[in-house]
Ligand binder design. Structure first.
Ligand SMILES: Nc1ncnc2c1ncn2[C@@H]1O[C@H](COP(=O)(O)OP(=O)(O)OP(=O)(O)O)[C@@H](O)[C@H]1O
Ligand SMILES: [Mg+2]
Length: 366
């Protein structure tokens, strides 16, 4: 899968940008704060309709403007035009000029894998961020995922509300709660199955990537869930804890408590791993994801390496680029072109961003 061109209108610091990309390597370089991440953020937002840096879509709109428009042509067997418009009234997406009403029909189309240094925080962040990681990654692969997740969250809210009702008026119907519990478990088990399947597939590749790029160690991801049981066992657990849930006024078990633990040589990397090991682990996770996407979608995702040179050394980046097959369109941002090996630079299309704008440069390419 490739993005052929990107067109931005009032996106972050850009008023108007039109860029043609290389099918293989693209390097975006320039000083701090000049708008490098903004560019790859735009590519990401064209895919997910959201930023990876903020949950507030409005920040993507150029200061002082009412809306922003991101357009791009993406090629994956066929060429299609994608468009995301974000305004103060909300978000609209189109494929080939046709409005798509359900976001779930849009976001599973363009697959992107992003590596950025901030993601290392995933180990110290709260579990909700690790679930968010799962949600974003799986919704790219499975259209139904978001639908089940939304259904689950809706029932969870109803169930929590009803538990509080039960506390306030003791004589409420237990039957209604049982219906909600059944629904919750049924949607939750679907999510559980998709998350489990995804992590199993990641585990097929992650150690291999870790070894190839970073050195020794057996890396594994463990998926932790209250729903790793049969539906009868899960419902039984709710029944047994009915009084506790009523007193607490919320659902104490479910996939809204899921978590991931990374183990390096059987030790929890969050508690025991060094800074570098944590970075390498999350990067290996993302690289393993490329393989999972390739298998599932029959096409390579677009890879973004944002500011990776501030996180890992040149040698490892060279490893990453060299083990990826040539078919992966890759975007690399950096403040210093000299940090990237000549071999990579000579094979890339180079975009130099300055205060004057974006300029294409050639180093060794014809
Ligand atoms: N909505 C917006 N409107 C206008 N300018 C914005 C908006 N959001 C961010 N900016 C500007 O974009 C710049 C940041 O761009 P970006 O994060 O892409 O920099 P960068 O080149 O990746 O820098 P670094 O090398 O430090 O990572 C800031 O100068 C900021 O003022
Ligand atoms: Mg940046």
């Amino acid at each position: 899968m490739k993005i052929n061109f990107l067109k931005l209108h009032n996106f972050r610091n850009y008023e108007k940008v039109i860029l043609d990309f290389s099918d293989h390597l693209n390097i975006i370089y320039g000083k701090n704060g000049v708008g490098k991440t903004n560019l790859v953020e735009a590519i990401y937002a064209l895919s997910i309709t959201k930023s990876f840096r903020t949950n507030n879509d409005r920040l993507l709109i150029k200061n002082g403007c009412d809306s922003t428009k991101i357009e791009g042509e993406v090629e994956d067997y066929t060429k299609n035009n994608y468009e995301v418009v974000i305004s103060k009234d909300g978000k609209k997406v189109k494929i080939d000029n046709k409005t798509i009403l359900k976001i779930s029909d849009y976001i599973s189309n363009i697959n992107i894998v992003l590596l950025d240094p901030v993601e290392q925080n995933i180990f110290t962040d709260s579990p909700s961020n690790r679930r968010k990681l799962l949600n974003i990654e799986i919704s790219k692969l499975k259209k139904d995922y978001i639908i089940y997740l939304n259904n689950y969250n809706k029932v969870l809210k109803q169930r929590n509300f009803y538990l509080r009702e039960c506390y306030i008026n003791g004589n409420t119907s237990r039957e209604y709660l049982d219906i909600l519990t059944k629904k919750l478990v049924s949607y939750g088990l679907k999510i559980y199955a998709m998350r489990e399947d995804f992590i199993n597939k990641i585990n097929d590749y992650i150690t291999d990537y870790y070894k190839k790029i970073f050195g020794m160690g057996e890396l594994k991801v463990k998926y932790i869930s209250d729903y790793d049981k049969t539906d009868e066992e899960i419902i039984e657990r709710y029944n047994k804890n009915y009084n506790r849930e009523v007193v607490m006024g919320k659902s104490l078990y479910g996939i809204h408590h899921d978590d991931l633990i990374f183990y390096l040589d059987n030790k929890n990397i969050a508690e025991w791993g060094s800074n570098g090991q944590q970075k390498n682990a999350i990067f290996s996770f993302k690289l393993a994801e490329i393989e999972v996407i390739k298998n599932e979608k029959n096409s390579s995702p677009i890879l973004i390496l944002d500011d990776l040179f501030s996180a890992i050394d040149n040698e490892k980046i060279k490893n990453i680029v060299s083990i990826l097959d040539n078919n992966i369109q890759t975007f690399i941002t950096t403040t210093d072109l000299n940090k990237i090996s000549k071999k990579i630079v000579n094979n890339a299309k180079i975009f130099n961003i300055t205060d004057e704008g974006i300029k294409e440069e050639n180093y060794g390419r014809e």
